[in-house]
Design a protein around this ligand. Structure first.
Ligand code: FDA
Length: 367
């Protein structure tokens, strides 16, 4: 009899399993896909770690989490410095002095601030009535039209004038020549890829892939005292209250017979004439020197049956549906729900690790 049967081998399941094993519990992990790792899984193509379910850059301000992951794998010094291609010209992101210099030729923070101040007054004294007005009042018309408008419209499939203002709460502007996308103290990519992190977390733990817990839950329940479920919450309850919505993405991977396609891991494509929103060149996450390269074009898309679940749609309707499911969880005393799918929440990797460590600590110490 297992103490815990863990459903899902993503970061939540792997961290919980590791902690339980450390405390001497008998655990088994089952995974529906034919590989471990959940969405951080990388496929090795020509020696390059290809982020199969979207680009993953680890970043955190929390030293405890940083030290935790570094026990399992060493991280490189990768710093995310995305570029944006708009109307044939390249710009640095996030919006900083390099971007302002590329846009207007300004050289000092005072000149840049003056430009933004002048342009952001367009709707002053008026409550922004849509995303376009909101964005212009935060960063001015030039930044909006060059770097935000068409990209946002591709992502949402709607005109910025038809999107609500609240989608953009703030747009950080940096008046320094600093292209580092994240403000966090720690950042990097595991040397050798994310699979190494997951494999080391699950070292010595029984794992079975290609098994769906919900296909035979009675059997699995009879084998363990408790279940840790990290799959979609609505599916666990047979969609009894209705289906939760997700936004999806389509990835098109391509192996190229050249060593360097775009010189950067991430390039955003702003213009609508490109249907994709960005191109990822995976080797640059690990400073790869391979002869070939793999790129991935990322296309936003409406969710359809059979698609991967990427982003929860945390609007009013879906949040209240989730609350309904959450109350059903109270009848399941032997099930622990965790991770992005069971909690219907967008979690970054460091956040999902923190959540798994917290839940594991409460569970394993109180038990
Ligand atoms: P995850 O989905 O990884 O794992 C759940 C596992 O359970 C899956 O493997 C699934 O197959 C399995 N499962 C489900 N139902 C099952 C069943 N019935 N039986 C058996 N197995 C079942 N974060 C960050 O910090 N930096 C970044 O750059 C990014 N980038 C990024 C890009 C994209 C496109 C997305 C969607 C997300 C990110 N993230 C991110 C977030 C990151 O992916 C996320 O925090 C973790 O992968 C969440 O781990 P979980 O274990 O919660 O879920």
């Amino acid at each position: 009899m297992y103490d815990y049967l863990i459903v899902g081998s993503g970061l939540f399941g792997a961290v919980f399993a590791h902690q339980a094993k450390l405390q001497g519990r008998k655990v088994k992990v089952i995974e529906r896909r034919d590989h471990i790792g959940g969405n951080v899984y990388c496929e090795n193509i020509e020696g390059i770690n290809v982020h199969k379910y979207g680009a993953h850059i680890f970043h955190t301000n929390d030293k405890v989490i940083w030290d935790y992951v570094n026990q399992f794998v060493e991280f490189n010094r990768y710093t995310n410095t995305p570029m944006a291609l708009s109307k044939g010209k390249l710009y640095n992101l996030p919006f900083n002095m390099n971007t302002f210099n590329q846009l207007w030729g300004v050289k000092t923070p005072a000149e840049a601030k003056e430009m933004i101040f002048r342009q952001s007054k367009e709707f002053s004294g008026k409550e922004p009535s849509n995303l376009e007005e909101q964005a212009i009042s935060l960063v001015g018309r030039d930044v909006f039209e060059t770097l935000i408008k068409e990209y946002t419209e591709k992502q949402w499939g709607r005109d910025c004038k038809d999107l609500p203002a609240f989608i953009i709460k703030r747009l950080p502007l940096r008046y320094t020549f600093d292209n580092n996308y994240f403000n966090d103290k720690y950042q990097g990519i595991p040397i050798g890829g994310y699979n190494k992190l997951i494999e080391n977390l699950l070292d010595g733990i029984e794992v079975e892939t290609g098994v769906d817990y919900l296909d035979d839950r009675d059997k699995w329940n009879s084998l363990a005292k408790k279940i840790v479920y990290t799959g979609p919450i609505d599916r666990f309850f047979n969609y009894s209250l209705g289906k939760l919505d997700y936004r999806s993405l389509r990835f098109e991977h391509q192996l190229l017979e050249l060593d360097n396609y775009q010189g950067n891991a991430v390039v955003n494509y702003i213009d609508k004439k490109y249907e994709f929103t960005r191109i990822i060149e995976h080797k640059h996450f690990e400073f790869g020197k391979q002869e070939k390269t793999v790129i991935t074009r990322e296309y936003p898309k409406e969710f359809e049956e059979g698609d991967e679940y990427y982003y929860p749609v945390n609007d009013k309707k879906n949040n209240s549906l989730y609350i309904g499911y959450k109350s059903l969880r109270e009848n399941c005393v032997n099930v622990i729900f965790g991770g992005r799918l069971a909690e219907y929440k967008y979690y970054d990797m460091h956040q999902v690790i923190a959540s798994a460590l917290n839940i594991a600590e409460k569970e394993l110490i109180n038990e």
